[in-house]
Write a protein that binds this ligand. Structure first.
Ligand SMILES: C[S@@+](CC[C@H](N)C(=O)[O-])C[C@H]1O[C@@H](n2cnc3c(N)ncnc32)[C@H](O)[C@@H]1O
Length: 273
C-alpha cells in the first residue's frame, strides 16, 4: 500500500466520529473503537463457514461479518437497524429526547461499516432490518448465523431468537454479554440481572446458564462453546475511574475471564427441530 493510500485510509477512518469495533482496515490503519475483539475472535466457537451462506445480526461496524468472509463464506449478509431511534429504548431513556439518543448511539447508522467494507475490499452485503423482522420470506435461510452482544439490548430477546431460528438451517453462534457474578454463583441455574432503566440500554444481562437456556427455549441445541471470556475496551472508551470497587471488578474479571473487559459467553448451537 502506498503512503498516499495509507493517508487516504486514515482520513476515511477519521471521518467517522464513532467506531464500535477496533479493527485493522488497511495495513497499519486501525479504527479507534469502543471495543477490541481482536484478541478473542479466533477463540470463538466458529462452525465451518467455507462456501456457506452466512448472516451476522446486529453487525455495527461489521467485525463478525468480515470474519465470516475471511473464513471463506460464499456469501455474507450483515443486518442492523437503520436508525438508533429504532433501538428498544426503555421509555425513561427515550423521554430524554433525540439528542440524547444520538449522543448515546452515534449519528449515522452503518457509516463505519461502509468505510471498513470499502477499505477491506469486502463483498459483505449490509441490509437494514430489525432482528425482529428476520424471516425466510424477507432474507431467505442461512447455513450459519452469528449474533453478538445484542440480546441484552432487546426488550424481547426470545422473540429475536425465534426470528433468528426461522432463518437458520445450520448453525447459530451466539456471543453474549453475561453477568460474571451471577455466572459464578449460579453455574446451573438460569438467572437474569434485570434493569431496563440504565443509560447503557441494557434490559437484562443473563448469567451463562441463562444464555444457554434462552437458546434452548428458542429451539436450539447447544453443541459447543461455553467458556467465559472478556471483550477488551478499545481506545474510544473513556478511562474508568480507579476506585477500590472498579479495581476489584477488574481483578475478578481478569481471574475468571482472562481480561478486564466486558464478560461474555459464546455458544455454538443448531436448530433442535
Ligand atoms: C452492542 S452492539 C454489538 C455489535 C456486534 N454484533 C458485536 O458483537 O460486536 C449491538 C448492535 O445491535 C444493533 N441493534 C440494536 N437493536 C437492534 C434490533 N432490534 N435489530 C437488529 N440490530 C439491533 C445495534 O444497532 C448495534 O449495532
Amino acid at each position: 500500500m502506498s503512503a498516499a493510500d495509507t493517508a487516504a485510509a486514515r482520513q476515511a477512518v477519521a471521518s467517522n466520529k464513532l467506531w464500535y469495533h477496533t479493527m485493522e482496515v488497511a495495513p497499519g490503519v486501525v479504527t479507534p473503537g469502543w471495543f477490541d475483539l481482536r484478541g478473542i475472535i479466533a477463540g470463538l466457537p466458529w462452525p465451518d463457514v467455507e462456501g456457506k451462506r452466512c448472516l451476522d445480526v446486529g453487525t455495527y461496524d461489521g467485525m463478525l461479518a468480515f470474519e465470516l468472509e475471511r473464513r471463506g463464506a460464499a456469501e455474507v449478509v450483515a443486518t442492523d437497524i437503520a436508525d438508533h431511534e429504532l433501538w428498544d429504548w426503555p421509555p425513561r431513556l427515550r423521554a430524554q429526547g433525540a439528542e440524547f439518543l444520538r449522543e448515546a448511539a452515534g449519528e449515522e447508522k452503518g457509516r463505519g461499516f461502509q468505510i471498513a467494507a470499502e477499505l477491506l475490499g469486502s463483498r459483505v452485503e449490509r441490509r437494514f432490518s430489525s432482528v425482529y423482522e428476520l424471516s425466510p420470506e424477507a432474507v431467505g435461510e442461512f447455513d450459519v448465523v452469528t449474533c453478538g452482544s445484542l440480546l441484552l439490548h432487546l426488550r424481547d430477546p426470545l422473540r429475536a431468537l425465534a426470528a433468528i431460528r426461522s432463518v437458520c438451517r445450520g448453525e447459530f453462534m451466539s456471543c453474549e454479554q453475561v453477568d460474571l457474578g451471577l455466572s459464578l454463583r449460579h453455574r446451573r441455574r438460569a438467572v437474569l440481572a434485570f434493569d431496563g432503566t440504565n443509560h447503557l440500554l441494557q434490559w437484562a444481562v443473563p448469567n451463562a446458564a441463562a444464555h444457554r437456556s434462552m437458546l434452548e427455549a428458542a429451539g436450539f441445541d447447544v453443541i459447543a462453546g461455553g467458556e467465559l471470556y472478556g471483550e477488551d475496551f478499545g481506545p474510544a472508551h473513556r478511562a474508568v475511574r480507579r476506585s477500590p470497587r472498579s479495581l476489584a471488578v477488574a481483578a475478578a474479571r481478569r481471574i475468571f475471564t482472562g481480561s478486564t473487559g466486558v464478560p461474555h459467553h459464546a455458544l455454538l448451537s443448531r436448530p433442535a427441530i
